[in-house]
Design a protein around this ligand. Structure first.
Ligand SMILES: NC(=O)c1ccc[n+]([C@@H]2O[C@H](COP(=O)([O-])OP(=O)(O)OC[C@H]3O[C@@H](n4cnc5c(N)ncnc54)[C@H](O)[C@@H]3O)[C@@H](O)[C@H]2O)c1
Length: 432
């Protein structure tokens, strides 16, 4: 192990986190309890908020900033004396579902401009196996004029945090880490051990660590797709999927996945990175691609099923009012990016339904900017259908009487996650 670790611990060397979003900010603040940290982000507005002790992603309380030895900056000069870099910028896909490496390569350029001999750079952004060494390292070499492995070290350590999850936090989840040689692998693992109480798993190579992360999310996506497909089949059979899953789940090795909309910027995105790389290597990843197809089709499917129920109740979809409860990509978070609720709304509107969308967590301006519709401030029935699209805690607390008061006499409650199925006695009800 190099002496960088000791110097970090003695605060003689600095660590920087590049990209302070859902992933970057928690790790930067956690390190800042032990060592000297620079928190770098290109977004000056976000930097100003963090300087005031506010998390722009709304995940961390103000206390998380207290006592942290961190300097928030958008100025490259503040990175010049940093020796350990962690890159945690977004890795989205474009509208053709192709990896968009612009933020990652932008952040790599930033680091490349200030890279010195002996520095360590660890990538945390989720990528396809090979991306770190094939796409990022050449850029670091080009901009710094230094040689990979001999002059500077690179590693990869994926992030496993789950937005909105207060139980599985950064320090309580085992972290996978890797380096470009045994010495850097150990320096990187020891550095993460400063903040990850659950321990660090040392992967044998950067590619293995990259692959581990991408398959965690791909496995979830494919399994949810299978459950979604089962839900489409069971709907035709007139049986409730959640009842079937509850029964099958009594077997010790039955995997507990649920049907639903798969949005957000991880599960619904990362498999496309693997599909892309596989294709580049001459293999068409059919199972992963099919899973993506099924999950990406669920918003349209839910809307069509709702319209069928409206017609079956004797109403005209073109005159129907539908309330969609939830706009975020998952429960109890504020993040609306890549929320598949937007697909449900779009499809309902294509049938000329009048759609109100409510969400106690989402920001109406952001929703308007991203999807073109505003959130309804005050929910006013009667609706021909109510779709509980996201299981926010506020919604789970509602009961049949509330839905009845908001629905027309034959109105349908569409309960995507089946949370009300055991309470509803008289309502027209449907779930996945
Ligand atoms: N959000 C999650 O729960 C989660 C979990 C595991 C892994 N990941 C992965 O972690 C990575 C980061 O995701 P996130 O959710 O934290 O993203 P995010 O969108 O919340 O935040 C990214 C931050 O990076 C900044 N940024 C963008 N380009 C930059 C650049 N060139 N230089 C400096 N800063 C830049 C943005 O301003 C923003 O503050 C992604 O690869 C994602 O797939 C995310």
């Amino acid at each position: 192990m190099s002496n960088l670790y000791d110097r970090l611990v003695k605060k003689e060397a600095k660590l920087a986190v590049i990209g302070l979003g859902y992933v970057g900010l928690p790790i930067a603040l956690e390190f800042a309890r032990r060592i000297k940290v620079v928190g770098f982000d290109i977004n000056q507005k976000r930097v100003d908020m963090m300087r005031r002790g506010e998390d722009p992603s709304n995940e961390l309380p103000a206390e998380a900033f207290k006592g942290a030895d961190i300097h928030f900056s958008a100025d490259l000069n503040d990175l010049k004396d940093v020796e350990f870099f962690i890159v945690a910028v977004p890795t989205p896909i474009d509208d053709q579902n192709i990896p968009d490496l612009k933020p990652l390569l932008g952040a790599t350029r930033t680091v490349g401009q200030v890279l010195k001999k002996g520095d360590h750079v660890v990538f945390e952004s989720t990528v396809y196996p090979g991306c770190t060494e094939e796409d990022c390292v050449p850029l670091l070499e080009e901009l710094s004029g230094l040689k990979f492995v001999t002059d500077f070290k690179v590693g990869y350590s994926p992030e496993r945090i789950n937005p909105g999850d207060k139980q599985h936090t950064l320090s309580s989840i085992v972290k996978v880490s890797s380096g470009c040689d045994p010495e850097s692998a150990e320096t990187i693992a020891r550095t993460y051990e400063l903040v990850v109480k659950a321990g660090v798993h040392r992967a044998p190579s950067i590619k293995v660590a990259e692959a581990a992360k991408i398959i965690e999310n791909t496995q979830r996506d494919v399994n949810i797709a299978l459950t979604n497909e089962l839900s489409i089949i069971f709907n035709r059979m007139g049986i409730n999927t959640f009842d079937v899953l509850e029964a099958a789940g009594t077997k010790w090795n039955f995997l507990k996945f649920q049907p639903g909309l798969v949005g957000g910027h991880c599960i619904g995105v990362d498999p496309y990175y693997l599909v892309y790389k596989a294709k580049e290597l001459g293999y068409h990843a059919q199972i992963i691609d099919s899973g993506r197809y099924v999950n990406d089709s669920m918003g349209g499917y839910v809307a069509k099923q709702t319209v069928k129920k409206i017609i079956a109740a004797g109403a005209n979809p073109a005159e129907a009012r539908v309330l969609v409860m939830g706009a975020t990509f998952k429960e109890n978070v504020t993040d609306i990016r890549n929320s598949k609720v937007a697909d449900v709304v779009r499809e309902l509107k294509s049938f000329s339904c009048a759609v109100d969308v409510a969400d106690p967590h989402a920001d109406s301006d952001e929703v308007k900017h991203e999807y073109g519709y505003e959130l309804t401030k005050e929910v006013k029935g009667p609706y021909d259908a109510i779709i509980v699209a996201v299981n926010h805690a506020e919604y789970a607390a509602k009961n049949e009487a509330w839905f009845r008061s908001m629905l027309t006499p034959k109105g349908v409650l569409v309960d995507l996650k089946g949370i009300f199925r055991k309470q509803v006695t008289a309502l027209n009800y449907w779930s996945l």
